[in-house]
Design a protein around this ligand. Structure first.
Ligand code: ARG
Length: 474
């Protein structure tokens, strides 16, 4: 006698004398997570039915009934009236059951010329191409929020930092746009990825192709792919498109994390540069005064998980022999999680950025503190003909004098300037202002207001393009 758990919905069984064990069934079931592929599986089934018809494997009337039943099943999946049961091993099994319920024996014809191996690879590509657009739409909103913040504070200076130490004054807008550039590269990566992912595995069958005259080119084009995958073994084995997606998601997560970390710092009492809007902050259950930057922290925290998803998938793929192996079922949960986490975190970060309060005065007051105009002094000396090596030394002695006396560069007396280096004439004061320093950094990509304004408008155009790609307008 067999141990429990069989079901009439199984897609295999003819050659087995015993029912599958409960333990096997519980191990192998994936429908609780792959159910989200259902709309894509149904789209692929419609395309497959049409090629079966063109190959004279379905009559006109059979095709019409098949498409009618698939449409009906699709509607039932979408409104939740058709759900997988505990007997359904995976999404493909559940949907075949739904089709058989609607069509009887005719439903069994759809399986000709395809296998779950090419089906699942196709479904996952369709799902991820759709997910890439959803994620990019949310990234474009974040880009727009950062650009809006930069525009509202376009004249505000801040201390530019290296090693988290005051380095040179920069415009806050310049700094925010550096984050936007990182997000724009993430979008570029999703778009490049999409181009490589636009190949259709359906028609590869289990691994070797099909003896039936199904037309993979027609299926590919109906499903919005550029072409079929060129090699049927590769079609069912390849998960590069999943690994690449996880990488792009992980790097996006890392960019969110770096932004999140800065907002956490900037919102501290010690910095006091920004205030998070009440709608994007949380309180403490014990300390009534607390206002915590949880959105920024979760943006930082989620990145670990996104990197973990990439790692988990790469390790799953390592050493797998061609072609399909059941290990490949483990490709889905990590990438589904990456998509879901990004769709949770991106709107929260965009909202936090869009409503962030900035203390322009405080930023202006601290922009040049920490002797951050020392490079301006050195470069002023260079413009008077002093070799940079010497001017760096002289500016360094000036800083030393200021540190010893507890003053900033612009507070030094003329006589002290002269005694530090006779070439430090009072004219050096012309560069000892934040405005002068910012305006002087007018090199390509630099912090001068004119250069930053150019970036602002270029990135606003790019964000617009990203939103329209996501909406399918491109
Ligand atoms: N649930 C399976 C997966 O996600 C579908 C493919 C199963 N193929 C097979 N030969 N058992 O990979």
């Amino acid at each position: 006698m067999s141990e429990s758990s069989g079901s009439s919905t199984r897609l295999w069984g003819g050659r087995f004398g015993r029912e599958p064990s409960e333990a096997l069934t519980r191990l192998s079931v994936s429908v609780h997570f792959d159910w989200r592929l259902a709309p894509h599986d149904l789209a692929a089934s419609r395309a497959h039915a049409r090629v079966l018809h063109r190959a004279d494997l379905l009559t006109e009337a059979e095709l019409a009934s098949m498409i009618g039943a698939l449409d009906d099943l699709d509607a039932a999946v979408r409104d939740g009236s058709f759900r997988p049961t505990s007997e359904d091993e995976d999404v493909h099994t559940a949907l075949e059951r739904g089709l058989l319920e609607r069509l009887g024996a005719l439903g069994g014809k759809l399986r000709a010329g395809r296998s779950r191996n090419d089906q699942v690879a196709t479904d996952l590509r369709l799902y991820l191409r759709d997910a890439a657009r959803q994620v990019v739409a949310r990234v474009a909103e974040l880009e727009t929020a950062l650009i809006g913040l930069a525009e509202r504070h376009r004249g505000t200076p801040m201390p530019g930092m290296t090693h988290l130490q005051h380095a040179q004054p920069v415009l806050l807008a310049h700094h925010l746009l550096a984050h936007v550039h990182a997000f724009a590269r993430d979008v570029d990566r999703f778009q490049d990825w999409d181009d490589r992912a636009a190949l259709c595995p359906l028609g590869a069958g289990a691994l070797a192709g099909s003896s039936l005259a199904v037309d993979p080119v027609a299926v590919a084009s109906e499903l919005g792919f550029r072409a079929p995958v060129a090699n049927s073994i590769d079609a069912v084995s390849d998960r590069d498109f999943v690994a690449e997606f996880c990488f792009v998601a992980a790097l996006l997560g890392i960019h969110l994390s770096r932004l999140g970390e800065e907002i956490c710092l900037w919102a501290t009492t010690e910095f006091g540069w920004v205030e998070i809007d009440d709608a994007y902050a949380t309180g403490s259950s014990i300390m009534p005064q607390k206002k915590n930057p949880d959105v920024a922290e979760l943006a930082r925290g989620k990145s670990g998980r996104l990197v973990g998803n990439l790692t988990s998938l790469l390790v799953t793929l390592k050493g797998l022999p061609l072609a399909y192996d059941r290990d490949l079922q483990e490709d889905k949960e990590p990438v589904f999680d990456s998509v879901e986490q990004l769709l949770l975190v991106l709107p929260a970060v965009a909202g936090m950025v869009a409503t962030l309060g900035v203390d322009d005065e405080r930023l202006a007051a601290v922009a040049a503190t920490g002797h951050a105009l020392a490079t301006d002094v050195a470069e002023w000396l260079v413009r008077t003909g002093v070799p940079f090596r010497d001017s760096h030394e002289a500016a360094g002695r000036l800083v030393r004098h200021c540190v010893d006396h507890g003053i900033e560069l612009w507070e030094v007396e003329d006589s002290a300037l002269q005694s530090i280096d006779h070439r430090l004439t009072p004219e050096v004061r012309s560069v000892l202002s934040v405005r002068g320093s910012l305006a002087s950094r007018s090199s390509y990509g630099g912090t001068a207001p004119a250069r930053v304004a150019e970036q602002l408008s270029a990135l606003a155009d790019a964000a617009h393009g990203h939103a329209s790609w996501a909406s399918g307008a491109d």
